[in-house]
Design a protein around this ligand. Structure first.
Ligand SMILES: Cc1ncc(C[n+]2csc(CCOP(=O)(O)OP(=O)(O)O)c2C)c(N)n1
Ligand SMILES: [Mg+2]
Length: 654
């Protein structure tokens, strides 16, 4: 290895910058200027400094909670970092993220993370984006020895090995996860786990910056050459406590701490540089002084910076919604709901080369309900990817690929499996833009079938929309007709926010008129499926048809029912619902999900808050019984609301 003085100075300066930044952060935390918590990287500087010295500006990293060093080593400005730690509007995340969420997409820092190991799938997604774009960019994903025991790391090693993605798994083994020593939780050697996935796994002295530099350098070369991922385990030690906040009983001995402080990575490099006359001592002193001055400026900048406003905060949750308009003509051939979705996917993949599809069995067979049929033949395997059964990870890869500028459409084969992906949806996708100060976009569509009616029992039949509308940052779409399905899926793919796109299994085979050409339907625009004057029924997905059938029945008795399909639940077209209730004075809400805590409660509350004076009768909700979906068919029929249930609810109000 040739050691240019310039590289040696850079490694030295980076480590000193990291150390001094975190020493200063501890001081500021104790003084009450840095709040919440922060995790010091002191003692581990050689890992990030050595690893990131191999990267180009267009390469990416993802960090974890102990991420200051990762960001600094990748080139983050310490004044903007310090401002973030003080919660200021000038910080990297405008004070919305704090220590655990620092990111800078312009530097290809895809974010530190408050959820242990969650950044790794995101890093794998950035590596996938690199592959799809046919670039030689690589990604380093940092995680700890504790993080190494998360399932997503194993899933990610598998999928990146199969797809030969340019990801370096960089485990910083500081031998503890919070208070728990790694030998109490971890079987075998972490680096050895790579062998199970057929990829190189290397253990390196994490306090030797040159060893880290060289080892990661080889992994980077492998990644650039298209040879796939590498796992590097860098053994190191944090000098301080787990976090600046944690004030915990002792769990390490003083002797052990002192022993590791003797292996100080900065002192080690410094003495080698001086002894081997690689960099003169006065030059190192000068570099230290430069860091000190830079740090003083950073603290002064942060202290003088303004606090973020409530307006900034509220404007940071969603990117502006896609701007499209409802087509003038809704007529066309009769095709099924599944075919309509399929047309939208073909249309959008043709329109925009950034769109790609991944999920279980979506490629070769075109999905178990046929929604992605023909896409692989039309667009190739690079853009239509059959994944392993690793929902958490391939969904997280969707988040990473979306943040990297692609537009992934991820299929959840049956929507009940979304439970396995909740961290990536709720903590990552939904909050990515916000935590990063309201600028990045996450154009990710998460689609799949929910609902019952085909005897698939309790784990394949739930209606889960209420979970997602509760989370700021998500768009939730739930179409009921083939026409809506095509136009809304097109809009979802063009949308810059993460979208939960719920399809109903029993609707897949239903036919309806669908225009042949390209079109997209605006989000947050309800559709009046039938106009009426006596009672408003708000229903979505499979309940729309039942509500329409109930309306026809009641029309024969002279009762005029208006059926409103919100089509998108978040954003919700409140105006159309309130306008209708103002006209009819009566409201029934029908959904297939269980009643308690269902989205119907939200609509009822909306009308109670904003239009109670218009109501001539109590609000009625028609929803599933409070049971998991049974297998037995007559019990399933007894669980899901029927046309008759809706008729009776309406009759009860008039
Ligand atoms: C999923 C999850 N579980 C638990 C925590 C709480 N927690 C934060 S850091 C940490 C220890 C992590 O250990 P390790 O991955 O080794 O990283 P280190 O702190 O040692 O750098 C724990 C338990 C969390 N933030 N996320
Ligand atoms: Mg650890």
């Amino acid at each position: 290895m040739t050691l240019h003085p310039e590289l040696l100075e850079r490694l030295f300066t980076t480590m000193v910058r990291i150390r001094r930044f975190d020493e200063k952060t501890t001081e500021l935390f104790n003084a009450g200027l840095v709040k919440g918590t922060a995790h010091s990287y002191v003692g581990e500087e050689a890992v990030a400094a050595g690893a990131c010295a191999n990267l180009r500006p267009d390469d990416a990293i993802v960090g974890n909670h102990r991420g200051h060093g990762h960001c600094i080593a990748k080139g983050a400005r310490i004044d903007l970092m310090m401002a973030e730690l003080m919660g200021r509007a000038t910080g990297y995340c405008k004070g919305l993220g704090g220590s655990m969420h620092i990111a800078a997409l312009d530097l290809n820092i895809f974010g530190c993370n408050g959820i242990v190991a969650a950044g790794v799938p995101i890093g794998a997604g950035a590596a996938l984006a690199s592959r799809i774009r046919k670039s030689d960019r690589v990604v380093i994903a940092f995680f700890g020895d504790g993080g190494a025991n998360q399932g997503v790391i194993h899933e990610a090693m598998n999928i990146t090995a199969v797809w030969r993605l340019p990801l370096i798994f960089l485990c910083e083994n500081n031998q503890y996860a919070l208070s728990t020593a790694s030998d109490r939780t971890t079987a075998g050697e972490i680096a050895a786990r790579a062998a199970g996935y057929g990829i190189p796994g290397v253990r390196v002295d994490g306090n030797d910056v040159l060893a880290v530099y060289e080892t990661v350098g080889q992994a980077v070369e492998r990644g650039r050459a298209g040879q796939g991922p590498t796992l590097v385990e860098a053994v190191t030690y944090r000098w301080g406590g787990h976090s600046m906040r944690a004030n915990l009983p002792d769990y390490r001995t003083k002797e052990e701490e002192l022993e590791w402080m003797m292996r100080d990575p900065i002192a080690r490099l410094e003495s080698r540089l001086v002894e081997e006359r690689l960099v003169p001592a006065p030059r190192l002193k000068e570099l230290r002084e430069q860091v000190e001055a830079e740090l003083d400026r950073a603290v002064a900048f942060a202290t003088a910076s303004p606090e973020p406003t409530v307006e900034l905060m509220e404007a940071s949750v969603y990117a502006p919604h896609v701007r499209v308009s409802e087509p003038a003509v809704r007529t066309g051939r009769e095709i099924t709901f599944a075919q309509a979705l399929n047309e939208a996917l073909h249309q959008e993949m043709r329109r925009d080369p950034r769109v790609f599809v991944m999920g279980e069995d979506v490629g070769l067979i075109g999905g178990i309900f046929g929604v992605t049929r023909g896409l692989r033949e039309a667009f190739g395997e690079d853009r239509v990817r059959d994944t392993p059964i690793s929902e958490a990870t391939f969904l997280g890869m969707g988040v990473g690929a979306a943040a990297a500028g692609l537009r992934p459409v991820v299929e959840i084969q049956i929507f009940d499996f979304v439970t396995l992906t909740m961290d990536q949806i709720v903590n990552q996708a939904a909050k990515f833009r916000y935590m990063l100060g309201g600028t990045p976009t996450v154009p990710l569509v998460i689609r799949g079938p929910q609902g019952g009616g085909i005897r698939l029992a309790a784990q394949h039949s739930q209606s889960l929309e209420a979970w997602f509308v509760h989370v700021p940052g998500l768009v939730v779409i739930a179409p009921s007709t083939p026409y809506d399905a095509k136009g809304l899926l097109a809009a979802a793919i063009r949308e810059d926010n993460p979208v939960i796109f719920l399809e109903h299994k029993v609707l897949y085979a239903q036919k309806g008129p669908v225009p042949e050409g390209e079109y997209a339907i605006p989000l947050g625009r309800a559709d009046i499926k039938r106009a009426g004057t006596d009672v408003t029924v708000v229903a979505w997905q499979a309940m729309v048809q039942r509500a329409l059938a109930a309306a026809s029945d009641l029309a024969q008795e002279g009762v005029s029912v208006e059926v409103i399909d919100p089509r998108t639940l978040a954003p919700l077209d409140e105006e159309t619902i309130l306008g209708s209730v103002a006209k009819t004075g009566r409201l029934v809400i029908a959904h297939e999900a269980v009643k308690r805590g269902g989205f119907g409660a939200e609509i009822a509350a909306l009308v109670a808050e904003k239009a109670i004076d218009c109501l001539d009768a109590p609000i009625a909700r028609v929803a599933a019984r409070h049971v998991p979906m049974p297998y037995n068919d007559s019990l399933e029929r007894a669980t899901i609301p029927t046309q008759q249930d809706i008729v009776e609810a309406i009759r009860g109000l008039i």
